[in-house]
Design a protein around this ligand. Structure first.
Ligand SMILES: Cc1cc2nc3c(=O)[nH]c(=O)nc-3n(C[C@H](O)[C@H](O)[C@H](O)COP(=O)(O)OP(=O)(O)OC[C@H]3O[C@@H](n4cnc5c(N)ncnc54)[C@H](O)[C@@H]3O)c2cc1C
Length: 820
């Protein structure tokens, strides 16, 4: 056997074994077999066997490996291991990993993805959407809410309480609705399609707050007292963590509870003296019970030896003497109830701690555990409802509004922005459904919740900007007929809350993802932290050598998938979607490799290298979002009509994954590593393209034409035709205009002149006069004209109506007209 051939065969075999993640024993056996054949054919001699044994024996014999390799490496690792605060540790420990873990590990199993059950509503949940939700939305007037009252009306609040809207998460045994996460998401999407204030007010008590905390951690007495009252709306909860000094760094709250003795209801008891100054607290101005996070101290040792007990959560009735609450902030022009609260040395019993005194100091863990779930539901659902509503309304508007004698939606420039809204709408529904579905499967998806929170709120902001651009002045002039401006104004609220987005992208997604999803990093950290040295070496040995094998495998996988442009990798379908599965195989392997390279070269410093962490997080996010799109397509029965939407969303996401990887390599702190890997991972340069103009055209056509794909884009929105529902009205106007167009063409043809597509009532009269249309057809033209005018017209006001302080106008002379 030729020596060169032997070494090529050896390298090829190693690559194939690594690609398929073969075990160390398999590697050793196969290489030994190759050497044996080569020795038999006189290709290699004793030196090769010596080299082989020098490497193979220490690797395969645990006692030698641990003594001479693992021990020194553990020592080194402990020195460079990043330091973690208790709050960081608790945040990482909270929650579970799910499908994103498979994507992170470089070998996603597509059958596993498609086998997760499709979330479905129970009959009771569907009835709630069709009944109470519809009735509620019929009595909500968003202009009245946002402009005239700066609050929901008392009638709406009463309806919410009476029908359990505040109790979707509360168990039936306490009188709540006990809805699935999927049902909660559908309800919130529907509410947000008419009123952001409404969905915010309903979202908060069902998310991270007293209800959720009590159900998980409350004592039986607390649960029996509060939960039925919360379910009936007799108590309105809020939860106060944020302080002026501690926003994103919530673990640094300066609010305190000092354990002490004092008089309570005529008796001396051990309690806490609470001092707090909180802001931005949703529902605080109307709350009856205040959930409060503070740091608990026991300076006199009344509870034990520990003086600083840590973050603790308590429930304080707002009627408690000393509680200051009731003032409001003004969160943009989406005036849901939000405000500050303060208290100075307010004495309360220890029983006010959620879960009782034994839960003192457990507050941070409680919060991050609940946040893993709540963050995946409220903001992603509200944002998804907003994007879907923007897609339907903007598609309809672009078809109805004409300029230069054409529906503006036929202009290529508009198609670009329109397609973006459509693609985002399809993807938002897909990923929010998949994420809340994971909660219903029992997961507490901390990484997924950060991904969907960030990307849904960002996509919502972009979709609303695009929708505003397409609507031009119609989007800008506010009033009861403007269905976009409040969404546009309110978008930064969703960006900021529950982990402001810059922080979420740069730190949380990958920071939690790397440790939670990686098969070995957490095990290494835990092993290094063990006090028993023998146990530490054994556990570290297992994790470290697993990690090394995993990295070698990822290297060969990423290399081959890049070189072959993933052409030969597997896909569960051989249709138009196959290429997206293949692209994800490639980027999943590249993510797994880059993750190890980043951790290996930067160690603890990666925490401060936020731009690298953000791009690794982007890759993980894009893989997650793309897989959710393909799952939705599959769950919906792979309808051919939806294919342009699926393709648009996949191509947009995968292009973004490519940009993230390329830019990370370009900016990799170790330039040698960055440029070598740049060549290896992109041997053919950037091969993925953004969605094409043709695809933009196909998507924007779907959005402007009533069809099944368009209806699916608008599932669970409030589309009912009633005078106060702009989305219902514009949907009707679209159908009426499309019905009127062929009649209009008939009249134009008979009259033999080019008529503009407006004043359709006059076109109707002309058609009747010419005898080319029936009265029923004339009526269709008149109805279409009404809808058209309603769609394009904007509100105007008496100047005084717009002034908040009307008395100012009484004292000043009236403004002179320009002409005068
Ligand atoms: C309308 C509204 C409602 C809210 N409701 C509640 C509530 O009910 N209860 C409650 O407790 N809290 C509530 N909050 C607080 C909210 O959830 C955020 O935690 C808080 O607003 C963030 O703090 P901050 O606004 O002071 O921003 P800052 O913390 O000052 O952050 C400013 C900017 O710095 C970025 N940043 C911060 N740290 C980093 C980092 N390490 N790396 C990169 N970027 C970073 C942030 O992303 C942000 O862009 C609410 C806030 C608002 C505005």
């Amino acid at each position: 056997m030729d020596v060169l051939f032997f070494w090529v065969a050896l390298l090829g075999t190693v690559a194939v074994l690594a690609y398929h993640r073969a075990s160390l024993t398999m590697f050793t056996a196969v290489i030994a077999a190759l050497l044996a054949i080569a020795t038999f054919t006189d290709t290699v001699g004793v030196v090769s066997w010596v080299l082989f044994l020098i490497v193979a024996v220490p690797l395969n014999v645990a006692s030698i490996r641990q003594q001479y390799l693992t021990k020194p490496l553990l020592k080194m690792y402990r020195k460079i291991m990043p330091e973690m605060s208790t709050t960081e540790k608790e945040a990482i420990d909270a929650g579970t990993t799910w499908w994103e873990g498979d994507l992170f590990r470089g070998t996603p199993d597509w059958h596993k993805l498609h086998n997760y059950p499709k979330p479905r509503l129970s009959a009771e949940e569907q009835a709630f959407l069709d009944g109470p939700c519809e009735e509620l939305l019929a009595i909500v007037d968003d202009w009245h809410t946002t402009h005239e009252r700066a609050d929901l009306s008392p009638e709406v609040y009463q309806y919410l309480k009476d029908h359990g809207f505040f109790a979707m998460i509360i168990k039936k045994q306490y009188g709540g609705l006990e809805f699935s996460a999927y049902a909660q998401s559908c309800v919130l999407q529907k509410l947000t399609s008419k009123s952001m204030v409404l969905s915010s007010v309903v979202g908060v008590p069902n998310s991270l707050g007293p209800g959720e905390l009590l159900q998980h951690y409350g004592t039986k007495e607390q649960q029996d007292h509060y939960l039925p009252r919360l379910a009936k709306g007799l108590e309105i909860p809020c939860f106060a963590l944020t302080s002026p000094e501690a926003g994103s760094d919530a673990g640094a709250i300066p609010d305190v509870g000092i354990v002490c003795k004092s008089e309570w209801e005529g008796q001396e008891i051990i309690g806490m003296r609470l001092t707090w100054n909180k802001r931005y607290i949703t529902l605080a101005p109307i709350a009856t019970v205040l959930g409060l996070a503070f740091k608990m101290h026991d300076p006199d040792g009344l509870l034990g030896d520990k003086k600083d007990l840590g973050i603790t959560c308590a429930l304080i009735p707002v009627s408690t003497p000393g509680v200051k609450i009731g003032r409001r902030h003004f969160p943009l022009n989406v005036p849901f109830q939000n405000g500050p609260t303060q208290g100075e040395e307010v004495f309360v019993p220890l029983d006010y701690i959620i879960g009782g005194p034994k839960m003192a100091g457990q507050g941070w863990r409680m919060l991050v555990e609940c946040l893993s779930v709540g963050r995946a539901i409220t903001l992603p659902s509200n944002s998804t409802g907003g994007i879907k509503a923007a897609a339907l309304m903007t598609g309809a508007y672009a078809r109805i509004r004409r300029q230069f004698k054409l529906p503006i939606g036929k202009m290529e420039g508009i198609e670009e922005a329109l397609a973006r809204i459509g693609g985002y709408a399809y993807m938002a529904e897909a990923s929010t459904t998949m994420s809340v579905g994971s909660i219903d499967l029992g997961e507490k998806p901390s990484v997924i919740s950060a991904i969907t929170k960030f990307h849904m709120t960002e996509r919502m902001r972009q979709a609303i900007i695009d929708a505003m651009d397409i609507h031009g002045g119609k989007g800008i002039c506010m009033g009861p007929n403007n269905y976009l401006a409040r969404g546009y104004q309110g978008a930064p609220v969703a960006i900021t809350v529950e982990g402001a987005n810059i922080l979420t992208r740069n730190m949380i997604i990958y920071g939690q993802g790397a440790i939670r999803c990686h098969p070995f990093v957490l095990a290494e950290l835990q092993a290094a932290g063990l006090e028993d040295e023998r146990a530490a070496v054994t556990a570290f040995d297992h994790a470290l050598f697993g990690h090394i094998g995993f990295s070698i495998s990822n290297f060969f996988r990423a290399l081959w998938l890049g070189l072959s442009n993933s052409a030969f990798s597997s896909s569960p379908y051989a249709d138009a979607t196959a290429k997206y599965y293949k692209q994800m195989n490639r980027y999943s392997a590249a993510l797994a490799l880059m993750s190890d390279v980043a951790m290996g070269t930067m160690g603890g410093d990666l925490k401060r290298r936020e731009r690298i962490s953000a791009r690794l997080g982007d890759m993980l996010s894009m893989l997650y979002l793309t897989s959710s799109v393909l799952k939705r397509y599959n769950d919906d029965g792979r309808p051919a009509q939806d294919l342009p939407l699926v393709q648009w969303a996949c191509e947009d996401n995968m292009y973004k994954a490519q940009v993230a990887l390329d830019e990370m390599l370009d900016n990799f702190p170790n330039r040698v590593v960055g440029s070598v890997l740049g060549k290896l991972l992109f041997p053919w340069g950037r091969t993925l393209r953004k969605p094409s103009d043709q695809l933009d055209h196909q998507v924007s056509r779907i959005m402007q034409t009533p069809c099944e794909a368009r209806s699916r884009l608008g599932t669970n929105l409030y589309l009912t035709l009633e005078p106060n529902n702009q989305i219902g009205l514009i949907e009707k106007a679209l159908t009426d205009i499309l019905a009127a167009e062929p009649i209009f063409d008939k009249v134009v043809h008979a009259a033999n002149k080019r008529l503009p597509f407006f004043r359709l009532h006059e076109v109707a009269a002309l058609g009747l006069e010419l005898g080319v249309i029936t009265e029923a057809e004339a009526e269709k033209l008149r109805v279409a004209e009404q809808g058209r005018l309603h769609t394009i017209n904007v509100d105007d006001f008496d100047p005084l109506e717009l002034a908040a302080d009307k008395s100012l106008f009484d004292k000043k002379p009236k403004a002179k007209s320009v002409a005068a």
